[in-house]
Write a protein that binds this ligand. Structure first.
Ligand code: GLU
Length: 259
């Protein structure tokens, strides 16, 4: 029996891509299969995905992310198509339909556009379609950019009134010190108030994505303001979503007050 009905799952670039930026097909396949199966069990799932820029850079045969904004936005535009093509294909294999929603901070902060996008999420979920969300990196400019999908996924969790936000990443959760520097670092299982652990998250950066642990802690704080708990867990094996759906502990659980 699943504990949650409506979940937002966010996967970062280091989960979606190999270190060279090429799509990690085995993992993406597993992710789409697990999400489809959970949907078949009656859950409603929104997927927030990074990887557009990484995949675009790889597809164009570039060595690294372009410095120039227009070139980076071009890479995002190329990569977003490829990302959706891969998702659409895997999800179709498992009998799921997808709908793409590309957001900017401008849209989510505008009253009318926000109302419309909330209605679109609701319509897609009612149709048993899996909304796949990313920031619209090709049009977002510095003043109106979220810049990291952790924050964006917390906003999506609020918009969809999700039961939980699940951030899958390249570490197993939040540690009491940086696990890449300290082999004795201990995983923190539960956090009551994200503000209490902000200092622990400061230096820990993701290997490929824009965010790091700090943006995840901030995302948990945003979700908590709407009474939504957050889990930060390792994304290496996306089938852990089965456990998480049942309430089996994984990674770090950020309480939201009532739980
Ligand atoms: N939206 C960016 C992308 O798809 C990723 C942002 C992030 O790493 O959080 O490449």
């Amino acid at each position: 029996m699943n504990k949650w009905k409506r979940i937002v799952v966010k996967v970062g670039t280091s989960t979606v891509c190999h270190p060279n930026g090429a799509p990690n097909l085995k993992r993406l396949d597993m992710l789409c299969r697990t999400i489809s199966d959970l949907k078949n069990q009656g859950m409603e799932i929104v997927l927030v995905t990074s990887g557009a820029i990484g995949i675009g850079v790889n597809k164009m045969g570039l060595q690294s992310r372009p410095e120039n904004l227009a070139d980076r936005q071009a890479a995002a535009s190329i990569g977003q198509c490829e990302l959706m093509r891969i998702y659409d294909r895997f999800f179709l294999d498992y009998g799921s339909l997808t709908g793409q929603i590309l957001l900017t901070k401008g849209i989510t902060e505008d009253k009318v556009q926000k109302k419309n996008v909330i209605a679109t999420f609701e319509a897609l979920l009612n149709m048993h379609v899996i909304p796949i969300v990313n920031e619209n990196d090709s049009v977002a400019t510095e003043e109106i950019v979220y810049g990291d999908n952790d924050t964006l996924s917390a906003v999506v969790a609020q918009f969809t009134d999700a039961d939980i936000l699940i951030l899958l990443t390249d570490t197993e959760g939040l540690y009491d010190s940086d696990p890449s520097l300290n082999p004795d670092a201990q995983l923190i299982r539960t956090v009551d108030d994200p503000d209490d652990v902000e200092s622990l998250a400061g230096g820990v950066r993701s290997s490929q994505g824009t965010g790091g642990m700090i943006t995840k802690v901030h995302a948990a704080a945003i979700a908590r303001r709407s009474g939504i708990p957050t889990i930060v867990a390792g994304g290496r094996n996306p089938s852990i979503l089965y456990d998480i759906a049942e309430g089996i502990p994984h990674g770090t659980y950020f309480r939201a007050g009532k739980d």
